[in-house]
Design a protein around this ligand. Structure first.
Ligand code: ARG
Ligand code: ASP
Length: 721
């Protein structure tokens, strides 16, 4: 027996050895959990310099940028740095044929030129506190999931009501560790965030889709904004009277550069990860879910690409849609590859075997967790057909815009059927406005072709009972020909074209509602929704709720069983610190990923006139003259670098900090082979990609000539020059 225990302890410690770089850690727990480890990896500051509520710390320079990215304060006048792809919507919204900031870039050479962005916000985290006890108060083992939820909702409401905060602050309470823990965040959100600068896309998105998720990388993925506050430095809606925000803390910028082995940390708002799944769930991702989604997107991208290449207008209209479909499409392929190559499923099975052994060896664990893994496996098995149907539905439905228009009109029908004339006019107004906005980037020929191709997958690739009977009837009337069916639908539907939609929406509320309900496109959309709702969603939600319950127990179980391991919670769009080192990688046989790229590589990739690899003349001139100013080293201009920081979507724009907490780069991507880090981080393969801060400064200074911005920032160096 003794030998037995000794054996598995060894095997576990082997298993966890070398995982120091894995994890997205809670800033308030760094001191107790990570500080020693961070210092071992090279950090020279203390955890209390990163997170502190009694004095200013690095956390006071980090904001959630619009809820989808991260940005950081880099001057005492509220100047923000984030990625170009994070600021892209703002850049696009200010762009026109006369002022094409996407193509030419934008620079405010004084504060008066900065542009307001309605809807864009920056959120600071003031404090983070463990409120698990209060939230789970009275939540026992023997209550249903529904009772649990309502009790927790009540507790959270009471907790919020009883918490002191300033009028301009908000309270956020979020579940962690699969809802075994709850933390409360006091936040301050600034709603006047103005655009300050952006390079041309040929720099900020150099390499576009071809280089996306790839190393070596040469993208200057940054843009600049500024937070404005009222006269008391508090959050306020946009007003010309607002003044630049005075931060508690802004980041200093190190221009010393990086070398292999340097400590780095990335501080930001990672969105979503699934690091504690059962092996059967990972298997489902690799074998079913990812391949299904990739397959659907491959077809959709082929269709859109075909049109974009032939028609310049469509090229502009569909650029953003294409980029966003292709972003996850490419990521999932990398994920399949990485999970397969790293034997993620096999490794997770080993972990489960260890788990089982330890549970068996201790009576108290045995009582609590016996059979848990089997139950999980069964639940994942049960959900499989429904999860597959969900993937098909959620991938196909939103890519056919006709169905999205129908969904907008559903709110008009609902308004009338639920409340009669009250609210009907407003609902109609709103739906029409939304649809008109969508029409700007819409082409019916593209949509019809997408309909043809995707509806064929919808019908052929899934169980018959999960697909719309109404659509299949139409298909049959058109002798089973998808193109013919699509032609019929787009000939008859009145909802994808402004004139016919306006005509459809004219008349009495009753007539309009009837007309909408009789539209062929609307009928298909509603029948797809109904079929999914009745045949899939019910089962799916029920099993998913059971899985959530089991995963919650399994999370607690892993903590009880692997007591020597420090656990970090899955990403959930809250503030986290991840740390690692600047490190090369060996992703494939014979291939080494060097830590740094230079402008020489930009010139190697340069393709005049190309949509992805063209360059501004001025950049080429600067390169040829080696006019890098103080941002280059030995006649070379650094551009991007990689490290072993564990990041995910939402970490874009996050600061990469050195051992002293100085800014050395902006995180913006990961290397393709390691995108599996959302499910299975492997320090040998997983690398995050950052744009070197010296390239950012080179572009602002030498390319844009925005000395006003350079003068605002504070630069530090430890190297005697
Ligand atoms: N792959 C990165 C991320 O997931 C960058 C995406 C933006 N760049 C692009 N070429 N689409 O967000
Ligand atoms: N590009 C991602 C983002 O926008 C970052 C990543 O997934 O690595 O947040």
């Amino acid at each position: 027996m003794k030998k037995y225990i000794l054996l598995f302890i060894i095997s576990i410690s082997l298993f966890f050895k070398g995982f120091a770089e894995e994890g997205m850690w809670l800033p308030q727990l760094l001191q107790s959990l990570n500080e020693k480890d961070m210092k071992k990896l090279g950090m020279k500051i203390n955890a209390s310099d990163i997170y502190n509520i009694s004095r200013s710390s690095l956390k006071d320079a980090i904001v959630s940028f619009g809820g989808f990215c991260t940005a950081e304060v880099v001057s005492d006048k509220g100047l923000l740095l984030t990625n170009h792809h994070c600021g892209f919507e703002a850049i696009q919204s200010h762009s026109s044929v006369q002022n094409n900031y996407i193509r030419d870039g934008f620079w405010a050479y004084n504060m008066g030129q900065e542009l307001q962005n309605p809807g864009l916000f920056a959120t600071f985290i003031i404090s983070i506190n463990d409120v698990t006890k209060a939230v789970l108060n009275g939540v026992g083992d023997n209550i249903t999931e529904r009772e649990r939820k309502s009790l927790i909702d009540k507790n959270i409401a009471a907790l919020k009501a009883g918490t002191k905060k300033e009028s301009y602050q908000d309270i956020l309470i979020r579940p962690f560790f699969e809802a075994n823990k709850y933390y409360m965040f006091i936040t301050e959100t600034y709603n006047d965030v103005r655009m300050v600068g952006a390079p041309p896309s040929s720099i900020g998105n150099f390499g576009k889709d071809t280089d996306n998720w790839m190393w070596p990388r040469h993208t200057g993925d940054f843009s600049m904004f500024r937070i404005y506050a009222d006269k008391n430095n508090r959050p306020a809606a946009y007003s010309p009277d607002n003044v630049p925000y005075k931060p508690k803390r802004s980041l200093n910028i190190s221009i010393d550069g990086i070398k292999e082995g340097d400590f780095t940390m990335v501080f930001g708002f990672p969105g979503r990860t699934n690091e504690y799944l059962h092996s059967s769930a990972i298997e489902q991702v690799v074998k079913l879910s990812d391949p299904a989604k990739v397959g659907i997107r491959t077809k959709a991208l082929q269709v859109i690409d075909g049109f974009m290449r032939k028609d310049e207008q469509i090229g502009i209209q569909y650029a953003k849609k294409f980029a966003s479909i292709s972003n996850a499409w490419k990521k999932w392929q990398g994920e399949i590859l990485g999970l397969t190559k790293s034997n993620a499923v096999e490794k997770r099975k080993q972990l489960e075997a260890n788990f089982e052994k330890i549970v068996m060896s201790k009576p108290e664990l045995n009582v609590a967790y016996m059979g848990l893994l089997k139950d999980l496996e069964k639940a994942y098995h049960d959900i499989e057909p429904y999860a597959y149907a969900r993937d098909y539905y959620s991938e196909i439905y939103p890519k056919i815009e006709l169905l999205l228009f129908a969904n907008q009109l559903k709110s008009v029908v609902n308004a009338y059927e639920e409340n009669g004339e009250t609210g009907y006019a407003a609902a109609k107004e709103k739906a029409l406005q939304n649809i008109e906005d969508q029409y700007k980037d819409y082409n019916a020929a593209v949509d019809e072709k997408l309909f043809t191709v995707l509806m064929e997958m919808y019908v052929k690739d899934q169980k018959d009972e999960y697909t719309s009977p109404y659509f299949k009837e139409l298909l049959q009337q058109n002798s089973g020909d998808y193109a013919k069916t699509a032609a019929t639908v787009y000939a008859q539907s009145k909802i994808y074209e402004i004139k016919s939609l306006q005509a459809l929406l004219a008349g009495s509320a009753k007539d309009v509602t009837d007309a909408i309900k009789n539209d062929i496109g609307y009928k298909i959309a509603m029948d797809m929704q109904y079929t999914f709702g009745t045949k899939v969603a019910g089962h799916l939600n029920e099993i998913q709720s059971h899985i959530n319950q089991l995963q919650r127990l399994y999370m607690q179980a892993q903590m009880d069983v692997f007591t020597e391991k420090a656990f970090y919670p899955d990403a959930n769009s809250t503030l986290r610190v991840t740390y690692g080192q600047v490190k090369p990688a060996y992703p494939r046989d014979g291939v080494k990923y060097d830590i740094q790229t230079y402008m020489d590589g930009i010139m190697e990739k340069y393709k005049p006139g190309d949509y992805e690899f063209d360059l501004p003349k001025k950049l080429i001139d600067l390169y040829n003259k080696k006019d890098f100013g103080r941002w280059g080293v030995k006649g070379k201009q650094p551009v991007c670098f990689i490290a072993s920081n564990h990041t995910t979507g939402g970490n874009s724009g996050s600061p990469a900090l050195d051992a002293y907490g100085n800014l050395i780069g902006l995180n913006f991507d990961r290397a393709w082979e390691g995108t599996m880090s959302d499910i299975n981080y492997d320090p040998a393969i997983c690398r995050n990609i950052m744009v070197d801060i010296r390239y950012v400064m080179f572009i602002i200074d030498k390319f844009a000539g925005a000395k006003n911005l350079i003068d605002e920032m504070k630069f530090v160096s430890r190297v005697k020059k």
